[in-house]
Design a protein around this ligand. Sequence first.
Ligand SMILES: NC(=O)c1ccc[n+]([C@@H]2O[C@H](COP(=O)([O-])OP(=O)(O)OC[C@H]3O[C@@H](n4cnc5c(N)ncnc54)[C@H](OP(=O)(O)O)[C@@H]3O)[C@@H](O)[C@H]2O)c1
Length: 352
Amino acid sequence: MLDLFAQHQTFMHKALDLALEGQYTARPNPMVGCVLVQPGLDNAEPQVIGQGFHAYPGGPHAEIVALNSAKSAGLSTIGAVAYINLAPCCHVGKTPPCIDALIEAKVSEVVYAIDDPNPISSPNLAEKLLTQAGIKVTKGILAERASKLNQGFISRMQRNRPYVRAKVALSLDGNMALKNYQSQWITSEAARTHSQHFRAVSGAIMTGMGTVVFDDPRLTVRQDRFVKLENFKQPVSVVFDPNKGITPDRKIFDKSGTLVFDQPLSEILSLLATEHQINDVLLESGPGLLNQLIDQNLIDELIIYLAPRLLGKDAMNISQFGPLDELSQSKDWVFQKCEQVGDDMVIFATPK
Ligand SMILES: NC(=O)c1ccc[n+]([C@@H]2O[C@H](COP(=O)([O-])OP(=O)(O)OC[C@H]3O[C@@H](n4cnc5c(N)ncnc54)[C@H](OP(=O)(O)O)[C@@H]3O)[C@@H](O)[C@H]2O)c1
């Protein structure tokens, strides 16, 4: 029999795996999974009696899906332990509060990973209400994994701006395009297919006017594995056009809802979070916009697809700042992960 802490971790991992099933469709809501477990009596193994995840905004929350799955299997929820990666909601939103459903189902314990990041909700409200109803509360289990999973939602709630990933196709000598602006394609088809996932999990894809002029990208998710998902919505296209030069014949206007901004970058990100409920932005620009965002500390993560080719002299380098006089003036990042994709490598880095 597992010790209690290991048991909590096992079932919280399961709740987080379930939450991930909503990664392409739950936005702008957080990804939430719930596992209902009947603790084993007399050294018997605990039994999963229900589970679920939040699939789309306006749809049932994970707790309700899990409770309903136990009910429809004819299994009693009395005395069960509910594992959820986010504190159960206490307010009436598009659906009634989950806390009431858990109390009504007579669960004995709620184990959750992190509190509701929304600053307008009192951080310990769920814990207080559950405790008042005689339900044991354990929180903080796998909090790091849970925070990372919903980093976009948490960023929108707590920083009033989305989590910003910048995707860059780079040659081994650090270039994003040739001097004549040609950049299609530096990386392999395998890398481009791989990167579609990051478009599909983002509420918005942002680029700069230079890229719109030279590449005329569509900035859409095109793979069937995403677009054929029930409740999948295309990310919004966002163009930074400070010189107001964009023309309506560009492909980004082929789909409706494209946003064009000329404000300072921090203001644009704030508008995307507060007025458009964007949790995650994927930046797919040239070095111009990328460097402006890096300079203003507005990039949370770099996703670099590194191709094993050299573009030579006068190609368009990823770095547009400097020249620096001292190595101590360099902009430093931390490698988080690296993997091979076809002939290329993908490297994930966060600011130091
Ligand atoms: N390797 C990759 O991952 C990748 C990805 C996207 C694009 N690219 C390549 O990057 C190059 C474009 O880079 P970028 O730095 O120019 O663009 P960008 O970062 O997409 O856009 C940023 C800035 O481009 C400037 N700009 C450049 N040409 C313009 C024009 N004709 N009209 C209006 N504004 C213009 C504007 O600012 P200013 O007024 O301050 O100049 C704009 O704010 C292209 O060759 C593209 O193929 C490579």
